[in-house]
Each structure stands twice: as structure tokens, then as C-alpha cells.
Design a protein around this ligand. Structure first.
Ligand SMILES: [Zn+2]
Length: 287
């Protein structure tokens, strides 16, 4: 009997050894890497990854001694792989591993600048990609020396959550974008939102920018002040007068249309507010 037990234990032990993966494992789980972003601290990263600050420092002794965490460097941690995720709704939610619109910290990119003094420019990777895509498309229509850059305001805080004075902007799926104003080059270059009227708004430029967002399936809402909506709608009717198909398609996005995305809202006098759908596989995201 005893021999059978010994033999059996040996069998189990060798099976356990064989099962051990080649990568280093601790009681806390699989070895993972986290790429340091601008403004990260051990505290903020620990919260994102769901590990303790002391563990994180113990796993990264060299970086723990550094004065500042170098952007782009990799931190080791043990546990579950943490992915970017939009959790909850725009007005009651948070953002896990949000991506910054301004990763290199120069406050600008192709066709866009960040509004003065804004730092809450974190979104889901989808949100960031859409903003860059539409600003680039705008710029390809209107060259740099002839058209102001697109001014990007608040998106979300790094970890999401309430962002004063907004009701939404909590889960990385909202972005404020300044209206394109006639002769607004200087103000835009300085990152200033300018109050727009039906007369001052630069309709051809504003339309190209708005159209890009409308064309994205992921765009669910574009909030704009009512007189701007009206001016833009009249412009669309003029531009697509001879193209029935496009006219029908784009009018459908206006209030009362079959796929209405544009929502008149009296607060949006200096900027439009674009909202995107939940990213794929974000199971805790609420539209
Ligand atoms: Zn907004």
C-alpha cells in the first residue's frame, strides 16, 4: 500500500513539474508587461493593474529608484493581462488604460491642436484613432496655410470618472471639438474655442469635419447648437442638390432623420461634442 502511495505521489509531482509553463510564474499569476505613459506614477499604474504599489516596486527595483518614470519603458507585473476598456456609461463610467491623444506631449498632430490648458485627453484606442483620422481627413481637404487646425477639447480623465463641468466624458467615448470659424486661424492655433453663429461658422470646412464623424459607424451622437445644426443642414441641401443618394444619406443623420446622430443642444455654442459607441468586446460598457 505504502509503495503505491509513494509511486502515486511521484507520478503527481512529475506531472505538476511538466505542467509548469516555461515563463516565470508567481503565486499572483503570469508575468506581464505594462508600457509607461506620460504622467504615470507607481500609484496610478498600480491602481490600473489592480496590484499593490509595494509589489510593483519590488518587481521593478531599478525603476523604483528613478525620479520619474520614463515614458515608453516597460514595467513588469504579475497577474491578469489588463486591456483598455470603457466601463459603464458616458455619464457614469470609467476608463481603464485610456490612451492619450497626445502621446509625444507636443499638444498637436496632423490637422489638430489641443485646446489651451486641457489635459483630460484620454480615450479608448478607438476614440483616439477616430479623432486622428478625421483631423487628418480635414487637413487633406484644407491645407495647413489655408485652414485653421481642429481644436480638440476634453475627452476623458486618464482613469475616466466625473470630469467637471461635464455630465458625460466619463468613459473615454466623448470628445469636444471646436467649431471651424471663418478667419479663425489665430484663435485655433492658440487652442481657443470660439462661440460660433450661423454666420461666422465656416460651413464647407465644418461640414467636411462633421461628415467624417457621421461616416463612422461608431459615431452615435453629435451635439451641436440648434442654429448651427440648421445652417449645416441648409448647406448639405445645397451641396448635394444634384446627388439624391448622398442628400438622402446625409439628411438622415439630422434631427428627425432615419439614422439621426446630430442632436441640437443649446450648450454647444463653441464646440461640437461627438460620442462613440462601445468598443468591441467591452462587455462592461453601457451605450
Ligand atoms: Zn462635451
Amino acid at each position: 500500500m505504502r509503495w503505491i502511495v509513494v509511486f502515486f505521489s511521484f507520478f503527481v509531482a512529475s506531472w505538476v513539474v511538466a505542467k509548469q509553463p516555461s515563463t516565470k510564474k508567481t503565486a499572483k499569476g503570469q508575468k506581464q508587461y505594462y508600457t509607461i505613459q506620460l504622467g504615470d506614477t507607481f500609484e496610478s499604474i498600480a491602481e490600473t493593474l489592480g496590484v499593490s504599489v509595494s509589489d510593483l516596486k519590488r518587481w521593478n527595483p531599478r525603476l523604483a529608484k528613478a525620479k520619474r518614470l520614463p515614458k515608453g519603458a516597460k514595467l513588469v507585473y504579475y497577474g491578469r493581462k489588463v486591456k483598455s476598456e470603457s466601463v459603464g456609461s458616458p455619464s457614469n463610467g470609467r476608463l481603464i488604460l485610456g490612451q492619450s491623444l497626445d502621446e509625444d506631449g507636443d499638444k498637436q498632430g496632423v490637422g489638430w491642436v489641443i485646446s489651451a490648458q486641457r489635459e483630460h485627453i484620454y480615450g479608448t484606442p478607438d476614440t483616439i484613432r477616430y479623432i486622428k483620422k478625421c483631423a487628418m481627413e480635414y487637413r487633406s481637404w484644407f491645407p495647413r496655410n489655408k485652414a485653421p487646425p481642429v481644436v480638440i477639447g476634453d475627452i476623458s480623465k486618464k482613469g475616466g470618472g466625473p470630469l467637471y463641468p461635464h455630465k458625460s466624458h466619463q468613459s473615454g467615448r466623448d470628445v469636444d471639438i471646436g467649431y471651424i470659424i471663418k478667419g479663425g486661424q489665430q484663435a485655433a492655433a492658440n487652442g481657443i474655442f470660439v462661440r460660433a453663429t450661423a454666420k461666422s461658422i465656416d460651413l464647407p470646412k465644418q461640414w467636411i469635419l462633421t461628415k467624417c464623424f457621421l461616416d463612422l459607424d461608431a459615431t452615435t451622437h453629435i451635439f451641436m447648437e440648434a442654429s448651427i445644426v440648421k445652417a449645416l443642414k441648409e448647406y448639405v441641401m445645397r451641396v448635394y442638390k444634384k446627388n439624391r443618394q448622398k442628400l438622402q444619406k446625409y439628411l438622415g443623420y439630422f434631427p428627425g432623420g432615419s439614422k439621426a446622430k446630430i442632436v441640437p443642444d443649446e450648450e454647444h455654442t463653441s464646440h461640437m461634442h461627438v460620442r462613440f459607441a462601445c468598443p468591441k468586446n467591452n462587455t462592461r460598457c453601457i451605450p
